[in-house]
Design a protein around this ligand. Structure first.
Ligand code: TRP
Length: 353
């Protein structure tokens, strides 16, 4: 029996953080048991905004694989996909780009939000194209399920649309319509207490942070509370972390009740308790990460990515062959083969002269 397929991934723009963990990484680790998993490092997409920094992209690519392996993605069971090694992806991107109206791509809310970002007002032509590329990433592997954070859901919807359109135009039953799988926490706030956790906003706790860094960042977390007797908001970032990372839900409720009453419980004490819980969650990752440390670890990662690329290409090449056949690009009309053979036989059998 074949297992359902998963494809998801990340653009290497920096280290992964707690938001990634609860948004998608936890799901990935769990799903490895009964799914055929492909985890893609979108290093080509990284060039959409950082084409002049190839060395940084290379470094971040290695770093993200360290994060994957640390978090528990198992290279013996799951396939790591280095996007730049899979030749079927850009080919498929080009073909899918013909099936999506330009305005449809530009209406994608994820893309619109990114384009509205001031830093991107000089964006490359390739920037909006990355969303079509993301559809190709998913469809090249004929994924059934795409575990992502909420921010990616709009692009997955576009992927579903293009897959349906392909089937309507060309048939061939090439692509399953992929479902999105959201994490247990849709939006984890950063340590500024307001914005979504994000590396670029400087409000992130990274999976690779040390115990001391976690405690320092938690101490600096904004709660806006002035004293131990001021009632606090049990929905603030501190309590969202408590609910996300403390295993004892009863303890969290007890703390939240007292906090809401201003019952002589200081932010500092709660922060330390939550920081400990985060540290416990990240400690096993530190151990696994150590295996892939330094230049030797880097060499192992590079070798792993190239080995996995062979398997990734086998899957994606198979998809591309079906795509080209369905689109009649390969000039071999599949249903006509039997018919041609029959015609040839008829010609051969016909009495001559
Ligand atoms: N755009 C995604 C991000 O920046 C990364 C990505 C690329 C991706 N291709 C994908 C995610 C395919 C899911 C499926 O996080």
């Amino acid at each position: 029996m074949t297992r359902p397929r998963i494809l998801t991934g990340d653009t290497p723009t920096g280290r992964l953080h707690l938001g990634h963990l609860v948004g998608s990484l936890e799901n990935r680790v769990r799903l490895q048991d009964d799914h055929e998993c492909y985890f893609l490092i979108a290093n080509v997409h990284a060039f959409t905004t950082r084409a002049e920094h190839p060395h940084d992209i290379r470094r971040d690519t290695i770093e993200i694989v360290r994060d994957y392996l640390a978090v528990g993605i198992d290279p013996a069971r799951s396939t790591l996909v280095l996007q730049s090694e899979v030749r079927a992806i850009p080919e498929l991107t080009f073909l899918l780009a013909m099936l999506l109206p330009f305005q449809r791509v530009m209406r994608n809310p994820t893309l619109k939000a990114e384009l509205a970002d001031k830093q991107l007002d000089q964006h490359s032509f390739g920037f909006p194209l990355y969303t079509v590329g993301q559809c190709a990433d998913i469809l090249a592997f004929r994924a059934h399920l795409v575990p992502v954070g909420e921010d990616q859901a709009a692009t997955i919807e576009m992927c579903r649309e293009v897959a349906r359109r392909f089937e309507r135009l060309y048939g061939g039953a090439v692509f399953p319509i992929p479902d999105v799988l959201l994490g247990r926490v849709a939006r984890l706030p950063g340590t500024d207490g307001v914005n979504k956790m994000s590396k670029s906003l400087g409000n992130a706790i990274f999976l690779s942070d040390t115990r001391a860094e976690i405690h320092r960042k938690m101490r600096a977390l904004r709660t806006g509370r002035s004293s131990m007797t001021t009632p606090g908001d049990p929905e603030n970032a501190l309590f969202q972390y408590a609910r996300a990372f403390m295993p004892d839900a009863h303890r969290v409720r007890e703390l939240a009740d007292r906090y809401a009453r201003g019952d002589h419980i200081g932010d500092g004490a709660i922060k330390a308790e939550v920081a400990d819980a985060i540290d416990v969650a990240l400690a096993p990752m530190r151990e696994r990460r150590a295996i892939y440390d330094g230049p030797r670890g880097e060499a192992m990662i590079v070798e792993l990515l190239h080995a996995h690329a062979r398997h990734a290409n086998a899957t994606a090449d198979e998809t591309l062959a079906s795509v080209k056949a369905a689109m009649h690009l390969d000039l071999r009309p599949v249903p006509a083969v039997a018919h041609l053979d029959a015609a040839r036989e008829a010609i051969a059998a016909a009495p001559s002269g």
